[in-house]
Design a protein around this ligand. Structure first.
Ligand code: C2E
Ligand code: MG
Ligand code: MG
Length: 473
């Protein structure tokens, strides 16, 4: 009996020990799970960096602690330049790898106690606590730019990667949201000022940020409300002064701001991706107008349409163009696509393959703003190009009485002709420039001297006035 009692007691004891072990294991697992969940809520999954929520917390803590020290905090907001193009052209896995590398690089240069965060997409932030003076923080922001720029080449992207950084400072009286939005505004300013650089927040930037937000939100539904329209600037053959065609230039009639110039909204449309549907609309509208001119004219006029970076990278481009040509019965030879030199140079392989595909449709390609980038004419041989547009800045100094002023234009025209390219001079404003360009053998020209961009009716009237005569405007 006693033996049995001892045995039962022993079994109960063992069972209890087992149960206690299991419960403590489970509570450990629960704790671990809890920690995991907390980690996930405050960190970016891809890079393991702090996320927006954690950054927000850290900024709040830092602001609270400087009340005592009287020092500053600095927030650097950085956005990778051209990252969307990389993602669109090289694929998301390359983009993701790049984001992880950038995160690691940033982590490697900050001081202990500072926070590196990824705020989503290609946007990073660095919180610097306990900043002695603004100059040191700005210098550090400069280091971010140079470190990324010097970093290892990224797969298929020899240009490496660059970042635009905005810096804002705060003392204990500054609300968290304000520091973040000011660093953001400074970052947009760095983008607008040419990228791959640092800008420090100034109060004047706030107004521009507001305008930017107004434009971005204004894109929604704008195409449906028909807020965009095209202007057409005539292009003339300089030798015989005949009308060659037009360049289509987009304008936005914003419901509250009024007329917005393309230089103000195209870069934002580009960043937000709105350029893709807008570009599709522009192409179709330009081809429709070309069909209307063609009905009024015996001559094969041309229309030139500007393509932005994102459009050229879009896999939809060729289809959109095919559709526009088919819907309007325009001959491909009458359509010219203008691409700026900087777009070509940013991603030469991708640009060359997109242009080759477009050329195969029979469309002609023009290099816009030639001379403003850093390319050489020999580099241009790599691209299937038909037309070269000399930038206005080279046309401005042209002067009949001073031969030195035309040295650059002379060599551009000579080399372009040796590559069998047509040359168009942009921004001709004076008679003496016009005469000099004829002497230099420039083929075509456009500018306020001959005509400003015209609305639809005026462009059609111009086409009609050219019928049966070689009239001079
Ligand atoms: P761009 O393609 O180089 O266009 C020429 C710009 O110079 C036009 O300004 C035109 O109005 C202006 N211009 C022409 N002749 C003269 C002149 O004699 N003197 C002066 N001072 N300016 C002259 P706009 O229309 O403001 O366009 C500016 C830029 O915006 C364009 O430069 C182009 O890069 C971009 N853009 C315009 N329309 C479109 C578009 O439909 N799509 C895209 N992606 N970009 C566009
Ligand atoms: Mg152009
Ligand atoms: Mg141009």
């Amino acid at each position: 009996m006693a033996g049995l009692c001892i045995a039962v007691f022993a079994v109960i004891c063992l069972r209890m020990i087992w149960l206690i072990g299991r419960i403590s294991r489970q509570s450990l697992e629960l704790k671990e799970n809890d920690a995991n969940l907390r980690y996930m809520a405050f960190h970016d999954e891809l890079t393991g960096l702090a996320n927006r929520e954690l950054l927000h917390d850290r900024v709040e803590q830092a602001l609270a602690s400087i009340t005592r020290s009287g020092r500053l905090i600095a927030l650097c907001m950085g956005d990778l330049d051209g990252f969307k193009t990389i993602n669109d052209t090289l694929g998301h896995h390359v983009g993701d790898t790049m984001l992880v590398k950038v995160g690691a690089l940033l982590e490697s240069i900050v001081r202990p106690g500072d926070t590196v965060a990824r705020l989503g997409g290609d946007e990073f932030a660095i919180l610097m606590v306990d900043v002695e003076n603004p100059t040191a923080a700005v210098e550090f922001a400069g280091r971010i730019v140079s470190v990324l720029h010097d970093a290892v080449e990224f797969e298929g992207n020899q240009a490496g990667i660059s970042i635009s950084v905005g810096v804002a400072f705060a003392d204990s009286a500054t609300p968290v949201e304000q520091v973040i939005s000011e660093a953001d505004a400074a970052m947009y300013e760095a983008k607008a000022n040419g990228k791959n650089r640092v800008d420090v927040f100034q109060s004047s930037m706030r107004a521009r940020l507001f305008k930017r937000l107004e434009l971005t939100s204004g894109f929604r539904g704008s195409l449906e409300r028909s807020e965009f329209f095209l202007s057409f600037q005539p292009i003339f053959s300089l030798g015989d002064r005949r009308l060659r065609g037009f360049e289509a230039l987009v304008r936005w009639h914003h419901p509250t701001i009024g007329l917005v110039a393309p230089l103000d909204f195209i870069p934002i449309a580009e960043e937000t991706g709105f350029i893709v549907p807008l570009g599709r609309w522009i192409l179709l509208a330009a081809c429709e107008q070309l069909a209307a001119w063609t009905a009024l004219s015996n001559e094969p006029l041309t229309v030139a349409v500007n393509l932005s970076r994102r459009q050229l990278a879009s896999p939809l481009l060729v289809d959109n163009i095919r559709t526009a040509l088919a819907l309007t019965a325009v001959h491909p030879l009458q359509l010219v696509l203008e691409v700026t030199e900087s777009v070509l140079m940013e991603n030469p392989e991708q640009a060359a393959s997109a242009l080759t595909e477009l050329r195969a449709l029979g469309i002609r390609i023009a290099v816009d703003d030639f001379g403003t980038g850093f390319s050489s004419l020999s580099y241009l041989q790599r691209f299937p190009v038909d037309v070269l547009k000399i930038d206005k800045s080279f046309v401005d100094p042209l002067n009949e009485s001073e031969p030195a002023s035309s040295a650059l234009v002379t060599s551009i025209i000579g080399l372009a002709h040796s590559l069998s390219l047509e040359v168009v001079a942009e921004g001709i404003e004076r008679e003496d420039q016009f005469e000099r360009l004829i002497e230099l053998g420039c083929d075509y020209g456009q500018g306020y001297l001959m005509a400003r961009p015209l609305d639809r009716e005026k462009s059609e009237a111009l086409v009609e006035s050219y019928q049966g005569s070689s009239a001079v405007p």
